[in-house]
Design a protein around this ligand. Structure first.
Ligand SMILES: NC(=O)c1ccc[n+]([C@@H]2O[C@H](COP(=O)([O-])OP(=O)(O)OC[C@H]3O[C@@H](n4cnc5c(N)ncnc54)[C@H](OP(=O)(O)O)[C@@H]3O)[C@@H](O)[C@H]2O)c1
Length: 253
């Protein structure tokens, strides 16, 4: 349960190795969050963040193995975590893969890998998480979507379509939870400098994990349902979404 000042106290991260997740939990511990469960694809890579959270005052920090592809295991895993750690105020869905667009355009397995992790993986965890949050009567699902899903571009349509799918699912899930005490906050960053974008040339309006994490913390305090990072993307995408396809196709996006 959030404390009397509305501060988040307990956090479950699905995709605990994500750079954006790391920046976010670092901020939350400074704001008095005390319990962190990091479900990570490679738990052994989370040692630094465990040390950082513990040093900053977290009382419980546990890392558990998690594979977004292993959808059969998700309901039992989620139940086990809620049974062992009690209520979570925030469940951050931070896993995802960018994949190789050129390969995925021609190789169904490569395309399916992106769709499975980003879309099916999200659906698979979001339903059992929502069930547990509904039962506890409070909590926020924070999910890292992307500006790429708002208007899917030719240059990364495989990733973009997987984000469009997960984004739509989560917005609908949020609508279904109105009145239960549970919220869904969909976060749509643009290009963020993380290991996912390593080696790529930054684009205009590129941002950092710190800026995304600050926007998440502000969104949590405000009870926002959608968060764009940087904020100006909300207005840019409002326009881009309506550009007629023959013109959109010619834009350098
Ligand atoms: N960076 C950007 O420009 C950007 C922009 C918009 C949205 N996003 C979204 O933000 C989220 C976090 O990305 P990030 O930028 O922080 O990149 P990141 O550091 O690469 O984080 C992605 C995380 O997903 C995990 N993951 C990949 N496959 C998985 C699987 N099968 N099961 C469980 N976890 C898996 C990765 O774990 P391993 O590395 O251990 O495999 C990694 O920890 C992603 O959903 C991404 O799509 C990123």
């Amino acid at each position: 349960m959030r404390d009397a000042l509305g501060n988040v106290q307990s956090v479950l991260v699905l995709g605990g190795g994500s750079d954006i997740a790391r920046a976010t939990v670092t901020r939350l511990v400074r704001r008095r969050a005390r319990t962190f469960v990091l479900a990570a694809h490679h738990p052994e890579r989370c040692a630094d963040v465990v040390t950082e959270l513990t040093a900053a005052g977290a009382t419980t920090v546990e890392v558990v193995p998690f594979d977004a592809n292993d959808t059969d295991a998700h309901p039992a895993m989620i139940d086990d975590l809620f049974d062992r750690f009690g209520d979570f105020d925030v469940v951050l869905i931070a896993f995802g893969v960018r994949g190789d667009q050129a390969e995925a355009e021609h190789d169904a397995q490569a395309a399916l890998e992106i769709a499975r992790i980003n879309y099916l993986g999200t659906v698979s965890v979001a339903v059992p998480v929502a069930n547990r949050l509904r039962a506890q009567g409070h909590g926020t699902i924070v999910a890292l979507s992307s500006v790429a899903g708002e208007r899917v571009r030719r240059s990364n349509f495989v990733y973009g379509s997987s984000k469009a799918g997960m984004d739509g699912f989560l917005l609908g899930l949020g609508d279904s939870l109105v009145g239960t005490g549970v919220k869904v906050m969909v976060v749509r960053p643009g290009f963020v400098l993380t290991k996912m974008t390593e080696g790529m040339d930054p684009v205009p309006l590129s941002t950092t994990t710190d800026v995304v994490a600050d926007a998440i913390v502000t969104g949590l305090a405000r009870g926002s349902e959608t968060v764009w990072v940087p904020g100006v993307l909300r207005y840019l995408m409002m326009v881009l979404r309506h550009v007629p396809r023959p013109i959109f196709r010619r834009l350098p996006v």
